[in-house]
Ligand binder design. Sequence first.
Ligand code: SAM
Ligand code: SF4
Length: 463
Amino acid sequence: MEFINEDYINYLLESEELLDENYQKDLIQKGSEAKGLNLKEAAALLNINSPEILEELHHTAKKVKEKIYGNRLVLFAPLYITNVCVNNCLYCAFRKDNKELKRRTLTIDEIEEEARFLVLTGQKRILLVAGEHPKKASMDFIGGAIDRIYNINLSGNNIRRLNVNTAPLTLEDFKLLKSFGIGTYQCFMETYHYQTYKVMHPEGPKRDYAWRLYAMDRALQAGIDDVGIGSLFGLTDYKFETLGLLNHAFDLDYKYGVGPHTISIPRLEPALNAPAALNPPYAVDDVSFKKLVAVIRLAVPYTGMILSTRERAELRRELFEVGISQISAGSRTAPGAYKESQESIDEHNLEQFQLGDHRTLDEVVKDITSLGYMPSFCTACYRSQRTGDRFMELAKSGNIGKICVPNAMATFREYLNDFASDDTKLIGNDFLQSELKKIEGVTRMKTKTMIERVNEGERDIYL
Ligand code: SAM
Ligand code: SF4
């Protein structure tokens, strides 16, 4: 169907030569150069079964991620503005036929309250999420929400990058979305497998596979430089899905010279009254999941790879080791849930799906710091016009890390000074000191100066 070449993907999945272990080892070596892999090579790596070769794959994916982005992990939180939806996706609690779900669309004031809550925990990036609805998730409403959120300023603390995950838009609406000043436009294909797609999306506008598949083309044509793709793992065979996702990434890169800014890898979680989520047709086990993350990292080294709080803390720790570069933390998937979590209201009949990691932002920050990752609240690229091909050039050549790490450190300093618990501050101070020593030459001086300026009270300093 369309540019996703199902026949070729199926041919690769059946090809015996791609089971050859020596070939797989050679490909890991090739992948270590951080120049990417093609579809056939990725298919061979997805076939790895030997524990030793798998170990080598994991190790190489970690090195490639560090070569491009350093040890930083970017943090963000989703903000759900409505759970009303005209579609009927069989895996989602927001689907229109789910009568057990309490429907709720936030007012602009409530959206501001949610965003203020996030700012006061230390977040600087929000991913705005909505069901699909012509009125409840209209462009006017989304624009109003974005404007209100960007205008929050709590003593220099604010939301500095708003990414958006909504249903696919028309070219005209994408132009409007761009004019609201968004960062990345994100939309997941859910499944690239055409027949499965048709079964999972029985009605509503989302039933149109091609409309969704070409959403990113329209977004890029409308001038949105950074687009994020993804698929929902568990709907079809994970090897097929990974290759479909890579096919999409390569296609965008080929056509526009800009691959996906991010790739997301949501895995099906239980959701209220959503049959496909409660009984996933192709549940992906943890070992395969870790493998596919590592394969994506080697195949598309320059992309930001996003891991959400769908996964449990223990598995998240393992996945950071194989190429994840952005994570959500302290998330809620019900509209209004941040503020109301303070009032212990039951979210179960409002939320989109159940989460695996319930820790607060501070707990996650402390955890990743003690594991040796630099927490980053950086939003510099988008505001320095380092988007689209300008960002890609730096990422593909492995030079983005030289900007990312100092920016991560300055924003982490902000977090430690403004929001961290005493425990996190203790670990974070030591970590910043020791990481600063590892930076070489001029960059160390620049980073040191940025950190000093933050300590003197300046905010939002970046390269
Ligand atoms: N309604 C828009 C759409 O479908 O594109 C906006 C995004 S939807 C609220 C966010 C994403 O959540 C979906 O694209 C899907 O991949 C994911 N999702 C839906 N149900 C899920 C479940 N049960 N477990 C994990 N992720 C799920
Ligand atoms: Fe609606 Fe998106 Fe959920 Fe589908 S995944 S029911 S489109 S909110």
